[in-house]
Ligand binder design. Structure first.
Ligand SMILES: NC(=O)c1ccc[n+]([C@@H]2O[C@H](COP(=O)([O-])OP(=O)(O)OC[C@H]3O[C@@H](n4cnc5c(N)ncnc54)[C@H](OP(=O)(O)O)[C@@H]3O)[C@@H](O)[C@H]2O)c1
Length: 201
């Protein structure tokens, strides 16, 4: 049994990840609600406090990455920056700060999303930052010390989120959260590192 910090536990992707972590002691974190620890991944201080408060942990699974949706023509710099500071820098900072605190042989699992491979209108900021995170994980895995692994789950839309995103995504086939949970399980319990784990139908 590993001690796993699950960030964004109350979100739809967080619930999918939780389905794959049933063997483990899961410490939940998020910006609000019924979680073990409150954290804001856009704040370096908040991230450091989370790790210090938890103490020992073997794995970090992040499912947070807030994105702004707008056409490229109308997306403001502020909308770009809020997406970058959450989905890109927030996740990079979870690893950058967390590498000092994680147990030997630990793992980080981040979130991206299929829109960098299958683009749709309004999703340029999501697609761009998802692509950045896929690249970050592939490349930074070569610099991890103490046997630390890092992977990213790149899923298509969840069945549980189809009601929200379905209209924006004609021709996409949603997948059940339970299947996406398996990808998180493979990252945490397997031996792979530097991989983009795609889950698509
Ligand atoms: N849903 C899908 O089908 C799907 C598919 C592929 C990829 N993804 C990606 O997965 C990620 C999560 O999506 P989701 O559908 O799970 O969203 P969601 O249901 O809206 O959940 C997001 C969770 O993240 C928390 N959060 C937001 N900003 C935070 C911050 N700065 N620090 C800490 N927690 C924060 C939210 O807390 P509050 O409620 O307090 O704001 C909420 O609990 C996104 O990057 C999305 O692109 C989603």
């Amino acid at each position: 049994m590993k001690t796993v910090i699950l960030i964004g536990a109350q979100g739809k992707m967080g619930q999918a990840a939780l389905a794959g972590l049933s063997k483990h002691k899961v410490i939940t974190a998020g910006r609000s609600g019924d979680v073990d620890h409150i954290v804001d991944i856009t704040s370096e201080q908040s991230i450091a406090e989370l790790y210090k408060k938890v103490g020992y942990f073997d794995a970090v699974v992040n499912t947070v990455g807030l994105c702004e949706y707008e056409t490229f023509a109308d997306m403001s710099e502020a909308q770009w920056m809020s997406t970058i500071m959450s989905k890109m820098m927030g996740q990079i900072n979870l690893v950058r700060i967390g590498q000092k605190y994680i147990a030997d042989g630990g793992s980080f699992t981040l979130i991206s999303g299929i829109l960098n491979v299958k683009p749709i209108p309004f999703a340029i900021a999501d697609a761009t930052t998802s692509g950045a995170i896929d690249t970050f994980v592939r490349c930074v895995s070569l610099e991890m010390s103490r046997g630390t692994r890092i992977n990213v789950v790149n899923p298509t839309v969840l069945e549980e989120a189809w009601g929200v995103y379905g209209e924006m995504m004609p021709g996409f086939q949603p997948v059940p959260g339970k299947l996406v949970g398996k990808a998180f399980e493979r990252s945490v319990d397997g031996f792979i590192s530097g991989e983009v784990i795609f889950v698509d139908a």
